[in-house]
Design a protein around this ligand. Structure first.
Ligand SMILES: *Cc1c(COP(=O)(O)O)cnc(C)c1O
Length: 354
């Protein structure tokens, strides 16, 4: 039988197990469906698409609308099928054989996974004990490996930690000094107190990626984007497959941007609910990390993480089991859901731990 590439043969692939449970708090989706008006508008739009024609390859209307949201022009916006495809395109363009991508663990597993798939060497640095980015460690990894692409993730998945502006600026300076590109993955940016979007400029090697999957309640639509220098966006356009973004998705994104107010309200509700969930968690025998995202990382202090995860599943509550991940021994990650879902989780956890 034909064998895959040697490096691919050795790979694990990316897994995020789904189980048939009542309360699903494991993949950081929005607990609310998109606004019903948006669904109606999208249904009507299906009939307006020229289905026998290729879509607008440049997705100009969508890029203009997204740019409008962030105060930049369409030439500074790249759109793709989820921010994972954005990251893949960045790595196909700026990574590859003979080049290195730098990550600081623990962080989003797909940064290093996609880098390897694109034939890029991965340099793994360590975060500090509290999971913040340690600038001495950034300096060490960047000067040692001179990465073409370096990743920050703020808020960081799965820890929830937000990098402050001084950290992002200092990292950017170091990456710029070795002619690299800094990617700040802001999949959860709307939940955080500040954004690196304000640092984007045509003469700065920084891109900020975002997604419609989390805040925008559109995980099923697969739509993500980055904001960055026009020159970088133009290079990415050369690499991504032609017509990769289908016509209906382009419309779905444009229509969603008419509902910014509704989305902001959802974010505010989730941030408030996060506060409530953390307050109740703090009363239980668990260690909790402060989160700027729509999820919270915690570790039972007197019980085995994997066993607690199974006992939650037995009570029809699914959270992310990070307990066997490097540097996250015993940890679980819970997505902020509706108050009802969160109470089901908290009641089950309380029953298990006390
Ligand atoms: C969920 C997530 C993404 C997004 O993925 P999509 O492909 O846009 O659904 C990207 N980065 C991080 C850190 C995430 O957690």
């Amino acid at each position: 039988m034909i064998r895959p590439r040697d490096d691919v043969a050795l790979m694990e692939g990316y897994h995020s197990p789904q189980l048939d449970v009542t309360v699903r708090l494991n993949t950081n989706e929005s607990p609310e469906a998109p606004p019903p008006q948006w669904v109606g508008e999208l249904a009507r739009a299906v009939e307006t698409v020229d289905w026998h024609r290729y879509p607008d390859r440049a997705a100009t209307e969508l890029r203009t609308a997204i740019g409008g949201l962030h105060g930049v022009g369409p030439e500074q916006v790249f759109v793709a099928n989820g921010s994972n495809e954005v990251l893949q395109t960045v790595l196909l363009t700026y990574g590859g054989p003979g080049r290195t991508a730098a990550v600081w663990e623990p962080t989003y597993a797909l940064h290093s996974h996609i880098a390897r798939l694109a034939g890029t060497a991965v340099a793994e640095g360590e975060r500090a004990a509290d999971f913040s980015v340690d600038l001495d460690e950034v300096r060490r990894v960047v000067s040692l490996t001179e990465p073409s692409v370096a990743f920050l993730c703020s808020p960081n998945n799965p820890t929830g930690v937000v990098d402050d502006e001084a950290t992002v600026r200092a990292t950017l300076e170091m990456v710029q000094a070795v002619d690299g590109l800094l990617v700040v993955d802001e999949a959860y940016g709307q939940f955080a107190p500040w954004s690196a979007l304000g640092l984007v400029a045509d003469d700065v090697p920084l891109v900020v990626s975002r997604t419609f999957s989390k805040t925008w309640s559109m995980a099923a639509a697969r739509l993500g984007y980055l904001v960055g220098p026009a020159e970088v966006v133009a290079e990415l356009e050369k690499v991504v497959l032609p017509y990769h973004l289908d016509a209906l998705k382009q419309i779905a994104g444009c229509l969603a941007l008419d509902h910014v107010g509704a989305m902001d309200e959802r974010v505010a509700r989730l941030v408030e609910e996060r506060g409530r969930l953390v307050a109740r968690l703090t009363d239980l025998p668990v260690e909790v990390w402060p989160s700027g995202a729509n999820f919270v990382l915690f570790r039972p202090t007197a019980a085995d993480g994997a066993e607690v995860w199974q006992q939650l599943v037995d009570r029809s509550v699914l959270v992310r089991n990070c307990s066997s991940w490097p540097r996250l021994e015993g940890c679980l990650r819970v997505t902020i859901g509706t108050p009802t879902e969160d109470d089901a989780f908290l009641d089950a956890l309380e029953e298990i731990l006390t």
